[in-house]
Design a protein around this ligand. Structure first.
Ligand code: SAM
Length: 210
């Protein structure tokens, strides 16, 4: 299934997945921290889980390995999804942007958005967060950020940048009528993940529909 989305953005991500193998990408191995017991208590093993921006599929595979059975991975890049299907062929993957899936009426128990938000431009942030809020009863969104909002060059996207959307900005942009923050976890990023000059780590927010 292919959803319509911003063609330029898709072309950029396709070029990333054309150029690098999954193992060469700087986020390879930086998977959803499985030791976040509270986060996992929000995600029952039978929950319908949608992993948005799943790229080459590692988080989907990780959830299957941890016993989750009702997991779908989606990404706007068909090349990323091709990697995922080749590597984890029996898993369930679809091509589709987060915004496109929301516009098509997708709704699941839990949305997990891992290491995507810092790639969303400030102009698209509100629409992106609204789409996440539409997609799931529970939204787990984890991204790289620091105390200060800043922009750093991307080591993998051609001419690309990474946006460290500050926590306050994300919370104020979240559609408050739709979701409330229930959990916050500070994520320490593996120092080996040096590609983006990350010094401070990131945040994983647990958001619940109200
Ligand atoms: C840094 S990679 C992380 C991939 C994956 N979450 C992981 O941890 O392995 C960011 C991913 O987000 C995808 N992406 C970017 N914007 C997106 C959007 N609007 N909708 C869906 N996927 C998007 C990209 O194609 C890319 O695969």
């Amino acid at each position: 299934m292919t959803m319509s989305t911003d063609a330029d953005d898709r072309a950029v991500w396709d070029s990333v997945y054309d150029r690098w193998s999954p193992e060469e990408l700087p986020w390879f191995g930086v998977t959803f921290p499985v030791d976040l017991a509270e986060a996992h208590s929000m995600v029952g093993k039978l929950s319908r889980v949608l992993v948005t921006g799943c790229g080459a599929g590692d988080v989907v595979a990780q959830l299957f390995d941890a016993g989750y059975r009702n997991v779908i991975g989606a990404d706007l890049s068909a090349k990323g999804i091709a990697h995922a299907r080749r590597r984890f062929g029996d898993r369930c993957f679809v091509v589709g942007s987060t915004e496109g899936l929301a516009a098509s009426g997708w709704h699941v128990d839990v949305v997990l958005d891992w290491l995507v938000l810092h790639h969303i431009t400030p102009e698209r942030l509100i629409a992106y967060l609204s789409a996440l809020a539409c997609l799931g009863d529970t939204v787990l969104v984890g991204w790289l950020c620091g105390d200060v909002e800043q922009t750093v060059p991307s080591s993998v996207k051609p001419d690309g940048v990474v946006y460290w959307h500050a926590l306050e900005r994300v919370l104020s942009a979240m559609p408050r009528h739709a979701v409330r923050m229930s959990h916050r976890f500070d994520i320490a990023i593996n120092p080996a993940f040096a590609g983006l000059a990350i010094h401070q780590g990131g945040v994983l927010l647990g958001l619940q529909r109200v």
